[in-house]
Ligand binder design. Structure first.
Ligand SMILES: NC(=O)c1ccc[n+]([C@@H]2O[C@H](COP(=O)([O-])OP(=O)(O)OC[C@H]3O[C@@H](n4cnc5c(N)ncnc54)[C@H](O)[C@@H]3O)[C@@H](O)[C@H]2O)c1
Length: 422
């Protein structure tokens, strides 16, 4: 069985993991339809698929669907903090090679990704489903020997696409990579509604505090920030947005939020959520102005948005106030409380995105992997967008699954829109 070389915490945890995967499967009609229509046509027979994603039930269902379609799937966690050990155990029991335990150190993640790359390419060629370009980075550095076996990579995150474009600019990207994140069925729903709901859920669950009436500061008004601000406002919070892009700042203002530079927002906020994908968005100069009891969390894909290192070195005392909540007592007595360790909070202190959201995202990912598997030879190394028809198909499948639908243009309307004489 392929799963037997896996690195997991405890195989005995598998039964609870299977239940979680079954729950995800029961709420993933789009991925199920994609499986029936496309994935089972033999494309994946014997092909390796290397996956780097948080190891929780939705990822596991995607891996299981690909394995069922004939692929040799290997899954690595990009961080120990995003591993659910019961799900990892269940996945290994289903014959997937899994390299993920919550007991690992952050430095172990590179090793797990190397092992997953090796396992995925052991029997021949492979495609990658990547998170923050982790597998792609390793295939271009410590495991360059495996590059010729890779047909391409599909990238899940905004931060990963930023890195792939940087590699492309420097002329070092040797694979075709599809920016799955930039598919409309991904960022419009996953980044916005998925991050919005699950970030707020993680904050509420880990603090047991109320958000209604509180001053919530959202740093970054991209797709994630828009979702977080909207859900916070829906819960009755008074939302302030911080941006560096004036148009996005103006958009936040028009959406009904205050827009302030971060140093001023630091003085008024009670809850701070970063979602920029940038480094040191909250640092010493902001912490110095925050009020006693301020809550800090990061929803961005990089773990350097909040300068946790400075907090740790400057604090007079640090203690775990609740599970997932660290309290830093500053020398002047103020307490700043960090939720989820400054890592992606909806995964480290929550259950990740809602299943229905990941159903869309993983339908996109499965179709990207399918496209790379079939059409890689005609794709140049570099970053590619998913063709619009595939996005449309996923949206149509989802609307159909909830009993809704859209119209098609009539021939007369198509001609009218294409012409100019009328
Ligand atoms: N938590 C999750 O589950 C989840 C889901 C999807 C994406 N992400 C991650 O969240 C981050 C944001 O993703 P997105 O899709 O919203 O990206 P985006 O590019 O749409 O938005 C980022 C925004 O941050 C702003 N920004 C950059 N530096 C800033 C600064 N110093 N201060 C204030 N604003 C700043 C940018 O102007 C931009 O508007 C990425 O790292 C992405 O990988 C997380």
């Amino acid at each position: 069985m392929r799963g037997e070389n896996s690195v997991v915490k405890d195989p005995a945890l598998a039964p609870e993991g299977h239940r979680k995967i079954e729950w995800a499967a029961a709420h993933s009609p789009v991925l199920a339809a994609v499986r029936e229509r496309y994935l089972k046509d033999g494309t994946f027979d014997g092909l390796g698929v290397g996956v780097a994603l948080p190891v929780e039930a939705k990822t596991a269902y995607l891996a299981a669907v690909l394995a069922e379609a004939g692929a040799r799937v290997a899954v690595a966690a990009p961080l120990p903090s995003v591993v659910q050990d019961d799900v990892a155990a269940a996945l290994a029991e289903r014959g997937v090679a899994v390299f993920a335990t919550s007991e690992g150190a952050p430095e172990d993640a590179d090793r797990w990704m190397e092992l997953a790359l090796e396992a995925a390419t052991a029997g021949g060629e492979a495609v990658l489903i990547d998170d923050r370009a982790g597998l792609t980075r390793i295939a271009h550095t410590t495991r360059r020997g495996l590059l010729p076996r890779l047909r391409g990579a599909s990238e899940e995150t905004t931060s990963g696409v930023v890195r792939l474009r940087a590699m492309e600019r420097e002329g070092v990207l040797e694979l075709p990579a599809i920016a799955a994140n930039d598919a409309r069925c991904k960022y419009l729903f996953d980044n916005r509604y998925g991050t919005g709901q699950s970030t707020l859920a993680a904050l509420m669950q880990s603090t047991n505090l109320m958000l209604g009436g509180k001053r919530v500061v959202v740093l970054g008004y991209g797709w994630c920030g828009k979702g977080i601000a909207r859900y916070a406002a829906g819960l009755g919070a008074r939302v302030t947005v911080c941006e560096v892009d004036p148009v996005r700042g103006l958009e936040a203002y028009a959406d009904g939020f205050d827009v302030l530079p971060a140093l001023r927002a630091a003085e008024v906020g009670e809850v701070f959520v970063t979602a920029t994908g940038n480094r040191r968005v909250l640092g010493e100069e902001h912490f110095a102005r925050m009020r006693d009891g301020a809550l800090l969390a990061n929803a961005g894909g990089v773990d350097v948005e909040i300068d946790v290192g400075w907090l740790r070195s400057a604090a007079a005392r640090v203690r775990e106030a609740r599970r997932h909540v660290e309290e830093f007592v500053m020398p002047d007595g103020r307490r700043l409380r960090l939720v989820g360790g400054g890592m992606v909070v909806n995964l480290t202190a929550g259950d990740g995105h809602p299943v229905e959201i990941m159903d869309l995202t993983f339908a996109i990912q499965a179709l990207c992997a399918y496209r790379l598997a079939r059409e890689h030879a005609a794709m140049r190394p570099g970053v590619h967008l998913l063709p619009r028809e595939i996005d449309d198909e996923v949206a149509r499948l989802k609307l159909g699954a909830v009993g809704m639908g859209v119209d098609a243009l009539t021939e007369e309307q198509r001609r009218f829109l294409a012409g100019w004489r009328e």
